[in-house]
Design a protein around this ligand. Structure first.
Ligand SMILES: O=C(O)CCC(=O)C(=O)O
Ligand SMILES: [Fe+2]
Length: 284
C-alpha cells in the first residue's frame, strides 16, 4: 500500500479488494490513518475509489451512472436527529433499497391541519403517462390527491424547511407537497417514483430539476388496518402511523435500486399521506 496521500493504482486495487471482501469503511480507512493519512483525506480517497468503481461498473454493464442522493442518517448513529425545528426519531434503516423509517417527523396538529387544507381540493389521483406526457387516471392508483405549491402556506413552508434540514438537500430541489387520501380498498400498486429514461415524455419532465432521487411519504393518520407502504423487492413494509414517515432514495433510474414500492390496500378506515419528492437540482 502506498504511503503518499495519492490514489495510486496500487491503493485503488487494495481499497477495492477490502470492500469486496466485505470490510466496513472504518476498516479500510483505519490502516491509511495509521500510515499518517489525515482522516478526512483517507475518507475522501475511499469515497473517490468507490465512486469511480461504481461509475465504471455502471458503464460496463449498461446501467445509468449513480448520482449523489440525500442520506439523512448514518449507520448505528444517534436515535434522534435534529431536523430544523424538531427532533425526529430514527426507527429503522435498510441498506438496499436505501430506506429510513422516521418517527415523529410531523406533530399531530400539523397532520390534522394538512388534511383539512387538502380535503376540499382532492380529485382522483392521476399518473404521469410518459408515453404521451399527459396525466392519466389509472386503475393502479385509486387514491384521491392534490398538490400544494412549494411554500404555498406557512405550514407547507415549515414542513419543507424541516425536510430540507433532515435530508440536507436544498429546499429548492423539492417538488410541492402532494396529499393523498385512500378510502377502503384504495391502493397504489408497486411502482418506481423516478421517471423512466426510455419513455418519450421523460426528457420534458427532467428539464425541471432533473430526476427524482428520493421520496418521503409522511403519514397524516393511522388507518386501523391496511395501508402499509410496501417494498416488494425487500419483502419489507412500513406501517402507516400518524406523524411518522418513510424516506427512500434511488441513485439512478433503474430497478437495481430496488426502490419499487406501493401503498397497500386500506382494509379499514381511511389513509392520508403527504408525499415529498426530491429532485437532483432546483425544481421551479
Ligand atoms: O401511500 C403510500 O404508502 C405510498 C405513496 C407513494 O408511493 C407515492 O406517493 O408515490
Ligand atoms: Fe411512490
Amino acid at each position: 500500500m502506498s504511503t503518499t496521500q495519492q490514489i495510486t493504482a496500487e491503493l485503488d486495487g487494495w481499497i477495492l479488494e477490502q470492500v469486496r471482501a466485505g470490510q466496513p469503511p472504518e476498516a479500510v480507512i483505519a490502516p491509511l490513518v495509521e500510515q499518517g493519512w489525515r482522516e478526512q483525506v483517507a475518507i475522501d480517497a475511499v469515497e473517490t475509489v468507490m465512486r469511480r468503481h461504481l461509475e465504471r461498473h455502471a458503464r460496463d454493464s449498461g446501467l445509468p451512472v449513480p448520482v449523489r442522493v440525500p442520506a439523512p442518517v448514518g449507520w448505528n448513529g444517534a436515535s434522534a436527529i435534529r431536523a430544523g425545528d424538531r427532533d425526529v426519531h430514527v426507527l429503522a434503516h435498510l441498506v438496499h433499497p436505501q430506506v429510513v423509517v422516521l418517527g415523529g417527523l410531523l406533530a399531530d396538529d400539523e397532520c390534522d391541519a394538512l388534511v383539512e387544507l387538502a380535503r376540499t381540493r382532492l380529485s382522483r389521483s392521476a399518473t404521469l403517462n410518459l408515453e404521451t406526457g399527459s396525466d392519466d387516471v389509472h386503475g393502479d392508483r385509486t387514491s384521491q390527491g392534490m398538490f400544494f405549491r412549494r411554500g404555498e402556506n406557512a405550514l407547507c413552508a415549515r414542513i419543507e424547511a424541516r425536510i430540507a434540514a433532515l435530508t440536507e438537500w436544498p429546499l429548492e430541489n423539492g417538488e410541492g407537497l402532494q396529499v393523498l387520501r385512500y378510502g377502503i380498498g384504495a391502493e397504489y400498486k408497486p411502482h418506481y417514483d423516478y421517471f423512466d429514461p426510455d419513455k418519450p415524455g421523460t426528457a420534458r419532465t427532467l428539464e425541471r430539476g432533473g430526476q427524482r432521487v428520493a421520496s418521503l411519504v409522511m403519514y397524516l393518520n393511522t388507518p386501523p388496518r391496511g395501508g402499509a407502504t410496501t417494498f416488494p423487492d425487500a419483502h419489507f413494509e412500513v406501517a402507516a402511523v400518524k406523524g411518522n414517515a418513510v424516506f427512500f432514495s434511488y441513485d439512478r433510474p433503474h430497478p437495481i435500486t430496488r426502490s419499487l414500492h406501493g401503498g397497500a390496500p386500506v382494509l379499514q378506515g381511511e389513509k392520508w399521506v403527504a408525499t415529498k419528492w426530491l429532485r437532483e437540482r432546483q425544481h421551479d
